[in-house]
Ligand binder design. Structure first.
Ligand code: FAD
Length: 416
């Protein structure tokens, strides 16, 4: 087995796939490591089906245009189609892929990750690279390399709830409703009553239903676990058990209380529970809610025209968090410096583990923007590895030229 590459990306979610694809397209010998048996992270194994927010990353726009259809109210994709498309794109770019392979440990000397230890099919290997990209969502590479971090919200270290997504079939499309936090108060009220009566395990309590890609199906985002740490194996195991107990109870509720779902049944549960928030790492720059609200156009932007609301779910119950700031709907940029991990010279952060505050993270954590940070990381990593340049000396204008001129992204739109 080959054990040395120019760029190694750990984690094949929306960020890691975009990172590996763009690094390889820029000519870097790239390895992508993923612990699951397929690629896509939350966008496939997590059973999500709707892109929230947007950005003008060329990779994201391409993937979206090849997978996504307008259904009743929302544009949705099939996770199965996405799995295959991602593999096709990675193959076209010449990315080396290792599935069923988990990152274990970063071997650091003098602020450089010399190699990482990985576990594949029961064997431990050591892999070297010029540049590593952490796309694990939780930042396992950065944590192992000793990058400083803060857990969850700065004031009390609480993290957003976790949820196990599942899909249902047998939905009557002609009558089905698709509630979110702010719609259908009557149905939300009934759900609360079910939880209070002990018919659904606490702290479930809100109703979010998304039209499925295939007729007669819907995606259910209603299981809920609070005050639990997705980076603690005991916590996340308990969270898996609790949400799997909630699934049949929620289906019973849907049959009894929600129009169009009287005959619904469970089609599929996600491979694993989704972690919305965990560790916030220190980068050369920590993106804040003020940067988002002020639509700061950073000179060293690697994501342009990002847009999504502040979306913290209730950290201590069900529903939406009351502390969310009001979002003005305008577009923002993400600087390269938020991808540079403090204290380590050859590591880039990407996806939901870039450097940002709890509030800013609730906006940039979504799949389109995670793809955007992955794409930026991949281009910068390739330039650094191919030109033997320190990550902090990469020519950022050249990165931006590639993101726009080669990958079809857009320049940041000026504030009007
Ligand atoms: C319940 C829930 C619902 C959401 N709903 C939406 C939505 O509707 N729309 C939207 O746009 N966003 C949504 N999000 C946000 C979005 O899914 C994520 O924030 C996004 O997927 C982040 O992308 P990522 O690539 O950083 O991480 P992930 O998608 O989490 O991918 C990380 C990858 O790294 C792999 N990995 C982790 N550890 C290791 C390891 N040690 N070794 C090897 N591989 C490893 C994982 O298996 C995974 O494939 C939701 C999130 C959650 C939790």
């Amino acid at each position: 087995m080959k054990t040395s590459y120019e760029v190694v990306v750990v984690g094949a979610g929306p960020a890691g796939i975009a990172a590996a694809y763009s690094a390889a397209m820029c000519g870097a010998d790239t390895l992508l490591i993923e612990k699951s048996g397929c690629v896509g992270g939350m966008s496939t194994s997590g059973l999500l089906s709707a892109w929230c927010g947007s950005c003008s990353s060329g990779f994201y726009q391409k993937v979206r245009s090849l997978t996504t259809e307008k259904r009743v109210r929302r544009c949705v994709y099939s996770p199965e189609t996405l799995k295959t498309l991602y593999l096709t794109l990675l193959n076209e770019a010449g990315v080396n892929l290792m599935l069923h392979t988990s990152f274990i440990k970063a071997n650091v000397k003098n602020d450089i990750i010399n190699s990482i230890d990985i576990l594949g099919a029961g064997e431990v290997f050591t892999v070297k690279a010029n540049v590593f990209i952490d796309a694990t969502g939780d930042g396992f590479v950065a944590r192992s390399a000793g990058v400083p971090y803060c857990k969850g919200r700065e004031t009390d270290h609480l993290m957003q709830p976790m949820s196990l997504i599942f899909t249902v079939g047998g939905v009557d499309d002609s009558r089905a409703v698709y509630p979110t936090f702010k719609t259908h108060p009557d149905i939300q009220q009934k759900m609360q009553e079910y939880v209070e009566a002990g018919k659904i395990a606490h702290p479930a309590g809100h109703v979010i239903l998304i039209e499925g890609y295939h007729s007669g199906t819907a995606t259910v985002n209603m299981t809920n676990v609070i005050m639990s740490d997705g980076t603690d194996v005991a916590d996340i195991t308990s969270a898996e058990l609790l949400t799997r107990r909630q699934v049949p109870q929620i289906i019973e509720f849907l049959r009894e209380c929600v129009p169009g779902y009287e005959k619904c049944y469970c089609l599929q549960t996600a491979e694993y529970i989704g972690v919305r928030e965990s560790l916030h790492f220190e980068g050369d720059y920590t993106l804040s809610e003020n940067d988002i609200l002020n639509q700061t156009i950073f000179d060293d932007w690697v994501v342009a025209n990002a847009a999504f609301s502040f979306d913290n779910h209730n950290l201590t119950g069900s529903g939406v968090d009351k502390g969310n700031l009001k979002y003005n709907g305008e577009r923002y940029t993400i600087p390269y410096r938020s991808l540079l991990a403090k204290g380590i010279n050859n590591l880039l952060l990407s996806g939901r583990n870039i450097s940002g505050t709890h509030m800013a993270h609730s906006s940039f954590r979504v799949m389109p923007i995670s793809s955007g940070t992955g794409e930026g990381a991949g281009v910068a990593a390739a330039l650094s590895a191919k030109n033997a340049t320190d990550l902090r000396d990469v020519d950022i204008k050249r990165v931006q030229d590639i993101l726009v001129g080669r990958f079809g992204g857009e320049l940041p739109k000026p504030i009007i």
